[in-house]
Design a protein around this ligand. Structure first.
Ligand SMILES: [Zn+2]
Length: 441
């Protein structure tokens, strides 16, 4: 499925494209070129040897950075590089630091904006281009969230923070380009509407930000992932991440067909063959599992919309993301349960979701030395998940083979989610640490 894996900072896929007009094809080509130009910027940011990547001076400690930041908040902005000038820490905005590398990207986006016959898309591309050179990211987020669905799709800019393992704030540049899968998008929106029609009170409602009238969802046939996206290879995302921005403008869930196929081939199927006995494996086709994987990713992303707890990130600090991500996965399964109750999915489909999640979790745990470096949050979540199921008796290890009981898993997930939501709504970092410690081994 992946055409080229030579550079891991750029992945190109080869999806079947919908019928495009001449000008649309030309615009798409420019978007692809713009997306590829993210790679040199990302190269300057990433550095797996240091928890703070290249976002902070090597000799600066967490304590020094935090202390300076209390008087100069720009130091901890997601969009600045911290440098040392005459011994003092200073924040340099991304759009200034990387201006030379951003200009050719902006030129491509502007050219695309001039050619496109979709006026709204053109206008939004111009807002996006401007943001890259001026730092007006909030305005861009609002503009993209306002746009009507369109066949061409791009996301480009400093949009996620997995590489900052020191202070968990700095965003990395990334891009995806693709075309809208309208059938898949309709299906996803049907699930979304069914799920969101079930009212769910948060544990502490005043602590929770609700944006349910402002959640968009789409499925994309993916042409390229570059920068951080090429490293994470997520089959789904829910952006923006910042709770205040979500409260103001809403959020959008995006699922990616070809990256899902890639994850199936590289991670899910090999693990499936390794951990489950033959009789069990024979019950599931590739199609069952591939759909199951994309469905549990979809549920995970939808579940995020129920878990925007205002103070969670400040309270849980470095342990926020692992707790938050695992909570979304577990709540996702409870929400899939409501689809089952309404006969929107079958038992078999729900089981396929569990099976693929288990495969993904075992994969992360088995490859933890490698995976730890790029996605420690998910690896930690996977370890907790598997150990929780083993300790609760929902999962058994029989001579290296995994034996599972779906009913027991559902009961166990109920308990696990209760703990995680408590931590998100009102937990302190020390409590999260005690919980994690209990399930590490
Ligand atoms: Zn997530």
């Amino acid at each position: 499925m992946a055409k080229k894996l030579s550079s891991k900072l750029l992945i190109e896929f080869n999806p079947k494209l919908p019928k495009l007009s001449k000008s649309e094809s030309k615009v798409l080509q420019l978007l692809i070129e713009a997306g590829k130009l993210i790679v040199p910027i990302y190269k300057q940011q990433e550095n797996q040897k240091f928890p703070g990547a290249n976002f902070y001076p090597r000799d600066a400690t967490k304590e020094e950075i935090s202390k300076v930041a209390s008087k100069a908040p720009q130091i901890l902005s997601p969009y600045t590089v911290v440098e040392r000038a005459n011994g003092k820490l200073v924040a340099v905005p991304y759009h200034i630091k990387y201006a030379d590398l951003l200009k050719p990207i902006v030129a491509k986006l502007e050219e695309a904006a001039n050619i496109t016959e979709n006026k709204e898309f053109g206008k939004t591309l111009l807002i996006q281009a401007k943001a890259l050179l001026s730092g007006s990211y909030e305005k861009t987020t609002a503009a993209w969230l306002n746009m009507k669905p369109y066949v061409l799709d791009i996301s480009i800019g400093p949009n996620d923070y997995f590489d900052d393992q020191l202070l968990f704030t700095k965003n990395s540049y990334q891009a995806w380009v693709g075309t809208l899968d309208s059938e898949g998008t309709d299906r996803l929106n049907n699930y979304k509407n069914t799920i969101l029609s079930v009212r769910r009170e948060g544990l502490i409602p005043t602590e929770r930000v609700s944006n349910h009238d402002k959640i968009k969802a789409k499925v994309i046939d993916t042409i390229l992932f570059s920068g951080l996206m090429a490293k994470t290879k997520f089959p789904g995302v829910n952006y923006p991440i910042n709770v205040e921005i979500v409260e103001k403008y809403g959020s959008e869930i995006t699922l990616f067909n070809q990256p899902n196929d890639l994850m199936m081939q590289k991670e899910i199927i090999p693990t499936f063959n390794k951990i489950f006995p033959k009789e069990f494996r024979e019950e599931y086709s590739f199609e069952d599992l591939s759909r199951g994987n994309l469905r549990h990713v979809a549920m995970h992303e939808l579940a995020h919309s129920y878990l925007y707890y205002r103070h969670a990130s400040d309270n849980l600090k470095d342990l926020f993301r692992p707790i938050y991500e695992l909570a979304a996965t577990i709540l996702g399964f409870r929400m899939a349960g409501s689809l089952l109750l309404k006969d929107r999915i079958t038992n078999k489909q729900l089981e396929s979701m569990i099976v693929t999640l288990l495969c993904r979790s075992f994969y992360l745990v088995k490859n933890r030395r490698f995976a730890n470096k790029s996605l420690p949050e998910y690896t930690l979540g996977a370890i907790i998940f598997i150990n929780f199921l083993l300790k609760s008796g929902a999962l058994k290890d029989l001579k290296g083979m995994t034996i599972l009981n779906f009913t027991k898993i559902f009961v166990a997930l109920q308990d696990l989610f209760h703990i995680l939501e408590r931590l998100l709504s009102s937990g302190r970092r020390e409590e999260a640490a005690v919980f994690i410690e209990r399930y590490l081994n």
